[in-house]
Design a protein around this ligand. Structure first.
Ligand SMILES: *Cc1c(COP(=O)(O)O)cnc(C)c1O
Length: 392
């Protein structure tokens, strides 16, 4: 693909030229663990990286390579590496930078497993993290130490949809010589391209919007070529979080409609957020597309649309939150997000049940908080479903 093509064209074509040998238009699933060489010399050259070639799927595979090239082009980065899951991508990106004695500054409003990795796993290796509770860039700056090696954040954040100023955090990192790493899962590159705003590395749970259909797990890291090369040589080969060629192929297929799915997701979400915001049983709605959301203006500046994740506090607390869950008929009571189907989760009794209540409240995960991943069904059916679910 030529550079300069628009997002929709890249989503369809990038990384996927027709097969030169067979003419196969769709990318074949190279369901092979190993690859043969024509001679001992050629094999030595491939292993020595003097000659391009595939050798073993943990080291690279043509179907996986296609996925890497597609996400790299969509994020506008230099290079990309695919992983078996979002957490494999996140832990690898962090391990690619952070060594014993290093320090990370991270936003506190993070996907639970990413928080746990930084909070519990890094200390085992002699590295530490300072978590920043606010969304203010000055507070990130104050948390920087002489040994800070990374600023890690996500926006919009899970599950409270906090918005951080991407360009400002990227500028802070650059001014102090500290790489910035963003989890871009909630927005996807269709809505937000952090590398174009100066962030060093973007990570993804490709399980979510990139795949889009809730049928494959995967992850990706996109960033400067030396960083990705380091991950190839020092992390994925030895830690082994490699994606299967079949899952890579499912995600490739999903991405080809990303630019069509995202506007449909976002339009449904905007209507639902406005409906919930007016509803007498709803205490509060977290959605950056509502003008009263504290991050609305920053989101409008850095996102093409406001995404399709919403959380809202049902009046009546814990039991009321669970009641809404029990009463929905179109929304599926299920974790994950970014599926074509609408999903609903009561955070306090599920994803955040292990977090002590005072800490949970401090990060905005209140007792009646319900999180929606708004799908691409008809908006009216989703609105009616929530309307009847709240009528108790
Ligand atoms: C799901 C998710 C992850 C973890 O990804 P997996 O593919 O489940 O490993 C990380 N960050 C965010 C924001 C997510 O939604």
């Amino acid at each position: 693909m030529k550079n300069g093509h628009q997002f929709a064209t890249l989503a369809v074509h990038a990384g996927e030229p027709p097969c030169r040998v067979t003419g196969a238009l769709d990318t074949p699933i190279y369901q092979s663990t190993t690859f043969v060489s024509a001679s001992a010399d050629e094999m030595a050259a491939v292993y020595g990286e003097e000659k391009f070639g595939y050798m073993y799927t943990r080291y690279g595979n043509p179907t996986i390579r296609a996925l890497e090239e597609k996400v790299q082009k969509l994020e506008g980065g230099e290079a990309a590496l695919a992983f078996s899951s979002g957490m494999a991508a996140i832990s690898s990106a962090i391990l690619g930078y952070v060594k014993a004695g290093d320090h990370v500054v991270a936003s506190r409003s993070l996907y639970g497993a990413a928080y746990n990795f930084l909070n519990r796993k890094l200390p085992r290796m002699g590295a530490s993290t300072t978590f920043v509770e606010s969304t203010r860039v000055e507070d990130f700056e104050k948390a920087i130490q002489p040994n800070t090696r990374m600023i890690y954040f996500e926006t919009p954040s899970n599950p409270v949809l906090a918005i951080l100023d991407i360009a400002a955090l990227a500028a802070l990192g650059r001014s102090r010589g500290i790489p910035t790493v963003i989890d871009n899962t909630f927005a996807s590159p269709a809505l937000q391209q952090p590398l174009c705003l100066g962030v060093t590395v973007a990570v993804h749970s490709a399980t979510k919007y990139l795949c889009g259909h809730g049928d494959a797990m995967g992850g990706a890291v996109i960033g400067p070529k030396p960083v990705i090369d380091e991950l190839v040589h020092e992390v994925i080969r030895d830690f082994g979080g490699v994606i299967s060629p079949f899952n890579a192929w499912l995600i490739l297929r999903g991405i080809r409609t990303l630019h069509l799915r995202m506007p449909a997701h976002c339009s449904n979400a905007q209507q639902i957020a406005e409906f919930l915001d007016q509803h007498p049983k709803v205490e509060r709605v977290n959605y950056p597309g509502l003008p009263k959301h504290p991050g609305h203006e920053i989101a409008a500046k850095q996102m093409k649309a406001f995404g399709a994740m919403i959380s809202f506090e049902v009046k009546g607390g814990y039991e009321s939150g669970k009641k809404v869950m029990d009463r929905v008929k179109v929304f599926a009571r299920a974790a994950s997000l970014g599926d074509t189907r609408s999903l609903i989760v009561h955070s306090a009794s599920t994803s955040h049940r292990a977090v002590p209540r005072d800490q949970r409240l401090a990060i905005g995960v209140t007792d009646g908080l319900v999180r929606l991943s708004v799908g691409i069904e008809a908006a009216d059916d989703l609105l009616q479903d929530l309307d009847q679910a709240l009528a108790f």
